[in-house]
Structures are given as structure tokens and as C-alpha cells.
Design a protein around this ligand. Sequence first.
Ligand code: PAF
Length: 297
Amino acid sequence: MNITIVGPGAIGCLWAYHLAHHGHQVSLWGRENLSKASIQLDQNSPVSLAYNQVSELQNADLIIVTVKAWQVEEALRPLVSHIHSDSMVMLMHNGMGTASWLQQTLPNNPLLLATTTHGALRVANHAFNHTGVGVTHLGGINTSGKQCSFLAEVLQHSLPDVMWCEAIEQALWNKLAINCAINPLTAKYSVPNGRLADEEYYSQLCNVVKEVHLVMQAEGMCIDLAELQTKVDDVVRLTANNLSSMQQDIAHHRRSEIDFITGYLLSRARAHQLELPYNQALYNDIQRLEQTFEQEK
Ligand code: PAF
């Protein structure tokens, strides 16, 4: 397949490397002024990929957008006129709340959302490490996107495990719960994920999960609280040494995904007249930190 990855950060390059390695024609689209980029994953030999080539974008069968949720509009808006209506467009990021903009902007394309628990880290400009093997869930959000289940098999050959979801919302909410629980707490206390299992933090983690579960129930998601808590605990354990993406953003004084993680949760809670004091307090804490970075500029 001809595949363009928009947003060649750690997750984007992880996919780019594996897809190219498995015979796909992969190109990158990013902010650098390049026509080619050589990317390296772990100790493997680098692969050289076309970069910002309009012809590659126009011919793409699949466009995987791996920028952060708050960058989706800014990154895609200038590309819309080059995207063929047959190209499948798939967003892959933490958080929720970008689907409706995509549906309004590219109503004729097959549209998909994906969520992944793979961990990847940038170690140098175009060099990345695969820090945690995870699972990727994907599913369509419009009629033509829902007909693209073959894509799960294509992606599975390159970077397993990949699962097709008839109802991608459930997988996105499960991942949102994980991110609401892990990301703001690790960012606030500047600790690796595994520390949240310590007595000092664990009751806070559980309070966050209980509130997320209330909203998930109101949204019609089928999962009981114990199962949701187990999913969160599993990720805390399996990614114990990882620094969450929000911890890294806050530590480097960058804008985080809080508006699309806890912010999205709070907006859905408001729609159901639910109050979430623990999540609201964490949201305020992270926002306050981000505002201090703005003042530094
Ligand atoms: O955002 C992150 O860092 C990741 O989604 C996760 C799963 C919390 C692991 O660090």
C-alpha cells in the first residue's frame, strides 16, 4: 500500500519503520523542510523515506495521522486539498474529541480512529526506541470507514497486535480511562507510571477511575468498575518504567493533551450533569502548570 504518516514523532516513526520494512511504500509528512528523511528504530539499519512529497500524499491509499490531538486540525487543514477522496484517513492519538472535526472536514473519505498502547521514545532527531510492545485497536467512524476491516490484517503483518473493533468508541473510552488515570497524576508528581501503584498515589488513581467509570456508564459503555480498574492497574504494571507522554510534556514545558483527555471527560460529564471533583482538580493542576509555561515565553 501507499501510506503517508502525518506527524513523524515516536509513534509515527515506529509505524513508518515497520510498514516500510514489510514492503509498503511509506512517506512522511512533518514540519521539517526536507524531501527525504532517514529514520532509525532501535539498533536496526536506518530506512530512507520520502518527506513532504505532495505526490505521495495525493497517491496515498492510507494516511495515518499520529500528531497529538490538539495538533490534528492545524496539521491536516493545509493538506485537505491534496487528499484524494478514496484515501483512508486514520487518526491515532491519545484522548478523544477530534472525530467530529474530521467527519466535517473529509466527509467523503473512509475515516478511522485508532488507539495504541505501544510505547516509543525519540532518542535523537530521527532515531527512536520501541520501549513497550502494545496492542493497537482500530475501527471506522463513518460508513465507508466501517468497511475497512481488512486494514487491521494489513497492519497486523507489520506491527502486531492489531484488532478491528466494530465499536471503536468502547476501545477509545477504555484507553481514555487509562490516560485519565495515569497521565495527569504522573505529570503532577513527576513520577514514572509504576509509582502510581505505591500507597502514596494508589487511592488517588482509584478515585479517578471511579469517576471515569461513572461517565462511561452514562455514555453507554459496557464495562464494570473492577474490570476497568484492572485494565488501568495492568498498564501501570506493564509500563512501570515509562514516563507517560503527559509527564514528558509537562517536564519539558510543552503543551500537553489534557484538554483531549481529562478535558474531554469533563465535557462529557457536564453533558450528563455529573460532577467529577478528582478529575476536575487534576485538570486544574495541569492547566495551571501549562499557564506558567505560557508566561515564561
Ligand atoms: O500517554 C502515554 O504515555 C501512554 O498512553 C500510556 C499508556 C499511559 C503509557 O505511558
